[in-house]
Design a protein around this ligand. Sequence first.
Ligand SMILES: NC(=O)c1ccc[n+]([C@@H]2O[C@H](COP(=O)([O-])OP(=O)(O)OC[C@H]3O[C@@H](n4cnc5c(N)ncnc54)[C@H](O)[C@@H]3O)[C@@H](O)[C@H]2O)c1
Length: 439
Amino acid sequence: MTQLQTKIGVIGLGYVGLPSAAGFAEMGFSVIGTDSDPKKLATLHEGRSPLYEPGLQELLDRHTSSGRLRFVDDIASVVREATVLFICVGTPQAQDGQVDLSQVDGAVKEIARHLDGYMIIVEKSTVPVTTADWIKKTVSAHTNGNLEFDVASNPEFLREGSAVADFLNPDRIVLGVESQRARSILEGLYASFDCPVFVTDLSTVEIIKHASNSFLAMRVSFINMISDLCEATGADVKKVAEGMGLDPRIGHAYLEAGLGYGGYCLPKDIRGFIHIGEQMGVDFSLLKAVEDINDSRIDRLLRKIEESAGQLDGLQIGVLGLAFKSGTDDTRVSPSISVVQRLQKAGAKLRLHDPQAIENTRSQIPDSPGLVVYCDSAYEAAEGCDALLLLTGWPEYRELDLTRLNSLMSSPIIIDGRNYLEPAEARSAGFQYSAMGRP
Ligand SMILES: NC(=O)c1ccc[n+]([C@@H]2O[C@H](COP(=O)([O-])OP(=O)(O)OC[C@H]3O[C@@H](n4cnc5c(N)ncnc54)[C@H](O)[C@@H]3O)[C@@H](O)[C@H]2O)c1
């Protein structure tokens, strides 16, 4: 079988599964995908992407019309047609902090019920170490040990906002395998990529993914800790980060002080990793400190608003940016949403803007005339406001006419939670400007 004859199945078509399915089709593979959410499938059947990712709709258009990418309503059809199955379902945080594996459990049992020949079942979802062993046992129990299959791990490192580009141009591919057969099929899938392919055992790969995300979160909290010191001493955290990053052992990535990390991955992955550490009797207090620093960001921002504009109750506040980062419509565990909810609770009136994430925010924070108003532009959000918050670093916010923005507001106050604007420019447009860890 040539590698392009490998037929790929994708279970779960969310922020990872859909770009992966479209990406494999772009690489030349025949891909069949499904999701348990009928609304998502209906949107896909209409030819539309249910989520915003740059370049994704174009790939869907190209490969659904070429027939290389198909969506079906049930796992049974995927199992029947595919030779490699990627599990891309959600792995949210459970109440007690451990990873909720119920979506993986549901998908695996359904796969096992329909297996009728050799299959590689690949974890692409982020799962705790030893999950692959549990998948093996679950599938064996359902098939009475009568069918040959492999479980492999191939964690996804794409970033929302550049998911398609990241999938098609990865820095590295990490594979956890237990058989030569699975290894050669999976290596074959990625043979066209010009990047290292790191192959090791399943448990090691599961730890690589959780450890990588925890490390990134640690860098963010580290620079936020330094940001607090900069505020206490009048230093500039942006320049500290720049100076530190010149050391090639340190580098610049994930050293941006601000509102902290958010989104679907880092918060739950670090929590899940701490839980694993506790279960295994390993001291993970380092990562608990990372979480504490991150949690304290919202309070610091709210204090800054009070210091600049006074008591929150009754203030009219404009918010620029609701997605957890730019380039996506994803608001899951977005620090901006936490800020908005805290301001709402404190009695502030809010005017909200985001280029992509308004619909997703609305499902969590409904319109309320006079109290929560969604706006079509940053200028509209600024109208009559006592303070304007910049909470997501969308490039278009750097292009704003600050003098015009100022003229629309009651008080010219900007609090930049992402250290995104140029302080000198904001001040020369007449703004009282404050940021995170900057003088
Ligand atoms: N979002 C990211 O940036 C990112 C990056 C790398 C890894 N990951 C990991 O990838 C996994 C998926 O993340 P996501 O952001 O795509 O989540 P998501 O919630 O956007 O997508 C998961 C999808 O799986 C579907 N699903 C759940 N149970 C199913 C089942 N039994 N059968 C079929 N479909 C089912 C859901 O309906 C949903 O559409 C998680 O483990 C996450 O930690 C996410």
